[in-house]
Ligand binder design. Structure first.
Ligand SMILES: *Cc1c(COP(=O)(O)O)cnc(C)c1O
Length: 465
């Protein structure tokens, strides 16, 4: 290390003594045990995948093996600095290239960027790339097709990328009818954004045909692969004509999420689109990896440094520990569990699309409505039984939706317990609907005023005021 060239200062003399407080007025005096108990109790008021079943549809709240956290915390990884020269982070660069390769292999694409920090960020990266390609072709297209079963972020990203969204109505099977795409597709449409499996939990069975229609008119097919948990090792989206797809590492690949912590939404693309990927792109020259910033067609940077590297690392460890067969089995189990749940609840709850699902299934409150019990009441009652509620009132195409995603990590006993509880709630709706309308009764806070919370968020806690 070089000698330091800064004057040494005694920190104790930095602040004049008359400005230093001798005592903290009203500083609480508590024993260590009181403090430990306080925080332990607070932690128990929370709910997470580690405490119970969390069937939040479209979110893939699965259990993430702790070993991947341990890997992310290893000193060699945790203590590196993003400003270290490339020569000192060769292993990191290699790991990132390999993960990009794994994700491309899983999705049937050619190259991936790991920069995007979330699913929606991956979508934005993709839409900006489509814009850039069209610009390079000298084309100015105005619209993007988005089905009514897409995730809400698809409309948002299209709009932020300054495209006009044109909605496609799904058919009675809950998927996109190719005929509708044919009608709407012309030379002013930049492309289509397809969530697959879609938010009804169905595989877009006409995707290959739709891709052909879109390509024929010079458009691109963007696939929202945030729910890849249903497809790993079973379907390669690239083979169906998809041009680009993002994945949510914080859903499918072992990063716990839900509290707003860091995630990652890598985007994998076909070869023709690779020149437009964000910089830097990691390239291998001989045995050396380097970051290439000098790519004339790139859309630029999407995220500082290496992206959310801890998340990238966990995905890498997860994929290696699962192996190709393990990933495929995870998807098979995710689909099996969702169908088991669907079968178990059919009859007690109204199933708007009565056909086998992928990784999640959607019910409604139609049977409970006649007792004046709503989806919200059912969800709140689940809390009393110690379960996290499913996603409610989404997707928007289903009135009073209850969207459940059990994931592959739940065992049969837990699924049975959940099914029994849901059946008990259906019975309560008939016999004691008042009870449901008051739920939850056994928790610290009952029904929150969600509208007030959204309109006037209290972001600062002022004690005793
Ligand atoms: C979760 C999800 C997203 C958004 O991902 P974020 O990381 O929250 O931005 C997009 N599409 C689908 C289908 C999703 O399930």
């Amino acid at each position: 290390m070089p000698r330091w060239d800064v004057e040494v200062v005694d920190v104790n003399n930095l602040i004049p003594s008359h400005l230093l407080r001798k005592e903290l007025e009203g500083f609480p005096q508590l024993s260590e045990m009181d403090v430990v108990r306080h925080f332990t109790r607070l932690s128990q008021w929370n709910y997470g995948v580690d405490s119970g079943f969390y069937p939040l549809g479209s979110c893939t709240m699965k259990y993430n093996p702790k070993i991947n956290e341990e890997v992310a915390g290893m000193k060699g990884f945790a203590h590196i600095h993003p400003y270290q020269p490339e020569s000192l982070v060769q292993g990191i660069l290699k790991l990132m290239v390999e993960l990009g390769g794994f994700l491309s292999e899983i999705t049937g694409m050619d190259q991936a960027t790991l920069q995007p920090a979330a699913g929606a960020h991956g979508e934005l990266t993709g839409m900006m790339m489509i814009r850039a390609v069209l610009q390079a072709r000298g084309e100015k297209r105005k619209r993007v097709l988005v089905p009514d079963t897409a995730h809400g972020t698809n409309c948002s990203t299209s709009t932020v990328a300054s495209y006009q969204v044109v909605e496609i109505k799904s058919n009675e099977r809950g998927v996109i009818p190719p005929r509708k795409v044919e009608e709407l597709m012309d030379e002013e449409v930049a492309g289509i954004m397809v969530t697959n499996p879609n938010t009804l939990g169905f595989f877009e069975e006409h995707l290959a045909e739709i891709a052909e229609i879109v390509h024929r008119k010079g458009g691109f097919v963007y696939c929202d692969g945030a729910n890849l948990n249903a497809l790993m090792g079973i379907v390669k989206l690239g083979d169906l004509g998809v041009d680009m797809v993002h994945l949510n590492l914080h859903k499918t690949f072992s990063t716990p999420h839900g509290g707003g912590g860091p995630g990652a939404g890598p985007l994998a693309v076909k070869r023709e689109l690779a020149p437009f990927l964000p910089v830097p792109v990691i390239e291998k020259e001989g045995e050396t990896y380097r970051l290439n910033y000098d790519r004339s067609q790139s859309i630029g940077r999407m995220k500082a440094f290496y992206g959310n590297f801890g998340v990238i690392l966990k995905a890498y460890a997860y994929i290696l520990s699962m192996g190709a067969e393990g990933l495929k089995r995870a998807s098979e189990m995710a689909v099996l569990n969702a169908n088991y749940l669907m079968k178990g609840l059919k009859g007690s709850y109204h199933l708007p699309y009565d056909r086998p699902c992928m990784h999640e299934c959607v019910f409604t409150d139609r049977y409970q409505e006649k007792h004046h019990v709503s989806t919200l009441d059912i969800a709140k009652r689940l809390i009393d039984y110690g379960f996290h509620p499913p996603t409610i009132y989404f997707p928007l195409v289903v009135k009073g939706a209850l969207m459940m995603e059990p994931t592959e990590t739940e065992g049969k006993e837990e699924l049975d317990r959940f099914i029994e509880t849901m059946m008990a709630i259906a019975k309560e709706a008939e016999e004691n609907p008042d009870l449901l309308r008051q739920a939850p009764t056994k928790v610290k806070v009952r029904r929150l005023d969600e509208i007030l919370a959204a309109r006037k968020p209290k972001l600062k806690w002022i004690p005793n005021k």
